[in-house]
Design a protein around this ligand. Structure first.
Ligand code: GLN
Length: 478
């Protein structure tokens, strides 16, 4: 059913008749059914997917088709598709349907991708384990007693369990890279502004990024090149610096360049599992033996990343989530006597515990008495963290780090301790604070057989180097 190595290879096999696209989509639908226990999907679009498959199969055969022709894509349920439900895995958006389609998705649909369904996630993308969903937990396909990571847990699980070719997720502080690492797939968080956020439900608007989960680097490159670029509907989106066109990533993966790779000491100390540290050491050895220069660097403000991230994102979230009030759309309480009472009860009943915690934290850090001490200060620290990266990238082309301090943890292991849960984002939040891109790639397994993901970071808008480097690792080292 999936005897192809990439989306481009799939298109070739459909063209020559070696593969039936309809059969392939049916195969995915069957697998989705067989793997219902994973709880990866909130909604599956069976009929639509099969209808579109028939049309695209013909297009491929006729030779006139888009770059993602026949690619079966799952989409995190925070992205809008016109007339389809969007819940953000929250009770407060129960029964709500999107009025328009997110730009990133529209671009994929225009290139003939097939949307197979919407994936489960932490409520409003707040979480690291997919345990904060009104649709229930998602299970890690590698070990069902463990979390798939979060917040895009359903997308990561769907790709890892081969329920689709690739998936879209969102990354505000690690929600693509961390679940990709936990499930053993590729997860790419683009630069802030690389991909339009139009049609993405806002969590923290100055952090949110849309990006792909894939089984290989080629597909990540292809999807990124399709979804990137300036969009008039999102004033924070760009093409590239100085408005140069978005690079054709998929055609430029091979390079002879021996990049200089920085190893930040702050990412390799206390708290990092021994086995993940060993994985970094092994990759460093391999890369040096292949002529890459490895340079020790320092990102001195790293220790403030988590605190800064949780002050700024909760502030932005408290403002963004004010729109869910029970009055205009979504869930409304059954029992209220006054307008204020209706707002209060709708929000109290509609939001889950973690979302409420963040709204309260965010309201607090923005309140008159604490704004300077928390919000304003955190904004300044955000700049210092960005400056650390700017300085480092004067010396190196790429930075190598672990994606996560541990491999996938057990369901329930951290759900009673928010601080412990927040620490699982320790190596991912800084990229979002600085606006730079990062990729998590599956590198090895720990002694329990759980995937170990490592991360490359690069300068803002330099996704090409990230992809070239990961492609080299995929081809020559793993
Ligand atoms: N786990 C982080 C959080 O809970 C990141 C979430 C995200 O990237 N959407 O905020």
């Amino acid at each position: 059913m999936t005897n192809y190595s990439s989306i481009s290879d799939k298109i070739n096999k459909i063209r020559t008749g070696e593969l039936s696209l309809t059969g392939n989509v049916k195969g995915f639908l069957t697998r989705i059914n067989e793997h219902k226990n994973l709880n990866a999907f909130n909604f599956v679009f069976e009929e639509d997917a099969l209808n579109v498959a028939k049309r695209i199969e013909e297009k491929i055969k006729s030779g006139k088709h888009g770059k993602l022709a026949g690619a079966v894509i799952a989409v995190k349920d925070v992205l809008s598709i016109k007339d389809k439900p969007i819940t953000c895995s929250s009770k407060i958006l129960k029964d709500f349907k999107s009025l328009y389609t997110a730009t990133a998705l529209q671009k994929m649909i225009d290139e003939d991708a097939i949307i197979i369904g919407k994936t489960n996630c932490d409520e409003f993308a707040m979480g690291s384990s997919n345990e904060n969903s009104a649709f229930g937990n998602v299970l890690n396909p590698v070990d069902n007693s463990r979390v798939p990571g979060g917040s895009s847990g359903g997308s990561a699980a769907a790709v890892a369990a081969n329920l689709c070719d690739a998936a879209l997720g969102t990354d505000t502080g690690g929600s693509i890279r961390q679940p990709a690492a936990f499930c053993g797939v590729y997860g790419l968080k683009p630069s802030y502004g690389r991909v339009s956020r139009y049609g993405l439900t806002a969590f923290a608007s100055s952090f949110d990024c849309i990006g792909p989960f894939t089984k290989n680097v080629e597909d990540a490159a292809l999807i990124l090149e399709v979804i990137s670029g300036k969009d008039d509907l999102d004033s924070t989106s760009y093409n590239s610096p100085y408005n140069s066109p978005v690079p054709e990533y998929s055609k430029n993966l091979l390079t002879e360049k021996k990049f200089k790779i920085g190893l930040p000491k702050e990412y390799l100390g206390e708290g990092l599992s021994e086995e993940i540290k060993n994985a970094i050491d092994s990759l460093v050895k391999e890369l040096s033996s292949k002529g890459f220069e490895i340079i020790d660097i320092s990102l001195p403000h790293s220790e403030y990343a988590i605190a800064t991230y949780y002050i700024l994102t909760t502030a932005e979230a408290s403002s963004n989530l004010a729109r869910y009030d029970g009055a205009r759309y979504g869930y409304r309480t059954e029992n209220s006597s006054t307008l204020i009472d209706m707002y209060k009860s709708s929000r109290s009943e509609g939001f889950g515990a973690e979302v409420k915690r963040r709204i309260m934290l965010g309201t607090y850090v923005l309140s008159a008495g604490y704004y300077d001490a928390y919000y304003l200060k955190a904004q300044k620290v955000r700049r210092l963290i960005k400056n650390d990266f700017d300085k480092a990238f004067e010396k190196v082309d790429l930075i190598l780090t672990p994606t996560t301090p541990t491999t996938a943890f057990k369901i329930g292991e951290k759900s009673d301790d928010p601080l412990e849960m927040y620490l699982s984002d320790i190596y991912t939040t800084s990229a979002n604070l600085a606006g730079i891109p990062g990729i998590s790639f599956p590198y090895s397994k720990d002694s329990k057989g759980l995937p170990i993901g490592l991360q490359f970071l690069s300068k803002q808008f330099d996704e090409l180097r990230l992809l070239q480097m990961s492609y080299f690792v995929q081809k020559s080292i793993k």
